[in-house]
Ligand binder design. Structure first.
Ligand SMILES: NC(=O)c1ccc[n+]([C@@H]2O[C@H](COP(=O)([O-])OP(=O)(O)OC[C@H]3O[C@@H](n4cnc5c(N)ncnc54)[C@H](OP(=O)(O)O)[C@@H]3O)[C@@H](O)[C@H]2O)c1
Length: 330
């Protein structure tokens, strides 16, 4: 697997390129603004009734209809939600894109799971920023960038690699590192990390620890601060220094306790559950269930979100955060 930095990334393949960014949400806004500031020929593609039109125009970007953008583009950047991409490709992009145009994704889901099977003449590329949209924009504005994963799933033009690397360079990702991957690796590892660590694992760890303390008679306020609020302090240390150095930055009492109890709490049962989650992702079982849930209008997901909102950790958290205005919710 190769890694590229700024000096290795030739942006010239984008010089005469019409770049249409489909969607103006978290990634669409960040990437379109970065391309505009870097001097590229970028336009935003939106639905006729889009509530994002005003914002895109206020940011200095030209807006086209989805159909007009599909005809105009040499590169179509798919920055609408993953579940919406197959229908957009099928109904708008497939009939209109020029021969040899490029389709760029920020996540491999729809292509890897076969929900999009692109025309053979097209390039199917991925530049997946390792950061949320706000960070993609904020780091670019500071003259830096977030790292990104790049991949080519299909090389219809024969220029796929030079195009994907040019797009990664234009977004400033080379300032942090551009790493080669595949659509399969990016999709499977991304889903696994969300499920095991970042969202699924962490939320359950925090809630279970909070409930354990409250059930034993400790106050919700104290349980909230020590099990949820302080997560950020440790996450920041891990993010900037790594796990081993974080351990050396905390007290010996904390580190000794962690050494004894951490492997009991996240032990063999958790490892087995992680293997099971990975197996469901790789076999397509997770995707089948997600498609069913999406077809049913995300009923189960929405019920679970409603239930999450009424958990005591949320009630006490909202009250405590209200007294800390610098942590104001967006
Ligand atoms: N969120 C992140 O920071 C992040 C990080 C890494 C990778 N990604 C990937 O980036 C891609 C975009 O994600 P996102 O979170 O940026 O999406 P998002 O914010 O949910 O995208 C919203 C935008 O998509 C448009 N849109 C929604 N459905 C559409 C449809 N059917 N046809 C046309 N436009 C439609 C919306 O249009 P309206 O203006 O009309 O509502 C809006 O402009 C995904 O592949 C995601 O996995 C996201």
């Amino acid at each position: 697997m190769s890694t590229w930095y700024d000096q290795d990334l030739d942006r010239s393949p984008l010089a005469d390129c019409a770049i249409a960014v489909f969607g103006y949400g978290a990634q669409g806004r960040a990437q379109a603004r970065n391309l505009l500031d870097a001097g590229f020929n970028v336009r935003v593609a939106l639905r006729a009734d889009s509530s994002s039109r005003e914002r895109a125009e206020a940011d200095g970007l030209s807006v086209l209809s989805l159909e007009a953008a599909a005809e105009w583009a040499d590169m179509a950047v798919m920055l609408v939600p993953d579940g919406e991409q197959p229908a957009l490709y099928q109904s708008v992009l497939a009939p209109a894109l020029k021969p040899g145009a490029a389709l760029i994704f920020a996540h491999g889901y729809a292509v890897h799971h076969g929900h999009i099977r692109a025309r053979e003449d097209l390039d199917v590329l991925m530049v997946a920023p390792l950061g949320i949209g706000e960070q993609v924009r904020a780091t670019f504005e500071k003259g830096a960038g977030v790292p990104a994963l790049v991949a080519v799933a299909q090389d219809g033009s024969g220029q796929a690699w030079s195009r994907v690397l040019a797009y990664a360079g234009a977004g400033g990702h080379g300032r942090a590192g551009v790493i080669e991957t595949t659509f399969a690796e990016e999709t499977e590892t991304d889903l696994f990390a969300e499920q095991a660590v970042l969202v699924g694992g962490m939320s359950e760890l925090i809630r279970n620890a909070f409930e354990t303390l409250v059930e034993a008679g400790y106050s919700e306020e104290v349980a909230y601060f020590c099990c949820l609020h302080e997560v950020k302090l440790i996450a920041d240390l891990i993010h900037t220094r790594g796990i081993a150095s974080m351990r050396e930055s905390i007290s010996e009492v904390a580190d000794y306790g962690a050494m004894r109890q951490g492997p009991r709490i996240i032990g063999e049962a958790s490892r087995q559950a992680m293997r099971q989650a990975l197996q469901e992702i790789r076999s397509g079982e997770f995707d089948r269930r997600l498609q069913e849930e999406q077809g049913a209008g995300f009923t189960i997901l929405n019920e679970s979100r409603v239930a999450a909102r009424s958990h005591p950790i949320e009630t006490v958290g909202r009250r405590l955060r209200a007294n800390m205005p610098w942590m104001k919710e967006k």
